[in-house]
Design a protein. Sequence first.
Length: 254
Amino acid sequence: MAIASFILSALLLQFSLGCNALEIHKPKEDIDISLQVFFKVCDLYKGKNMPLYFASNADSTPTHLLSREVADSIPFSSSKLPYLLKYFQFSNTCPQAQAMETTLKQCELKPKGEEFQFCVTSLESMLDKTHEFFGSDKPKVLTTNILSSNHALYQNYTFVEKPLEMNASKVMACHTMAYPYLVYYCHGHKGHMNRAIKLMLGGENKEIIDSVAVCHMNTSLWDADHVAFRVLGGHPGSSPVCHFLPIDNLVWVA
């Protein structure tokens, strides 16, 4: 436990100082600007312009997964939340405690249909699960990169090049979760249920972003209150949903 405490101390400090990220800044129509990452398949063309939100590198979560030895020394279960709050020195009413509870419950949800989903807390578990999903295929990992930044997180962006679709039979997206250390929630389908797209974006403030997006072609199993439907309209199964990935998220393609 001493090893875990030593390695986690810096990550825990960053998580504590980042509590402002949990605050909601609501623009018009009562939609958090951080949700402005969704778009439709029909938007995939050069010259498309839309308002988007991209957090800067300085706002991202810790970028390195723990080793399996350290991760396995710390419980990762909602049933252990009281112990975890005491371990990380959070009160049960603070925003960090609520974020941890949400993450743990999300990670404990059972997959729907043929979806493959899991959470990983260590580099070794990420490699094991990725191998389980892709089998003998050797996947390539894609991320969003901010090539030049004026630190304007929310602005209008233009698709400055023709969107490039990755011709992949298997696509798996991994999203960072709110937690004192780096946790990824990964999900995907085997088959052409998801599409991975690379797009070069130019911001009105001269921002340049080499971005990655995923289009979910079948949303019939999604919850009716999914944030994508708040932003785009529609309902489960009504149409595909695409979204950009933040800089600290990953897309694996076969």
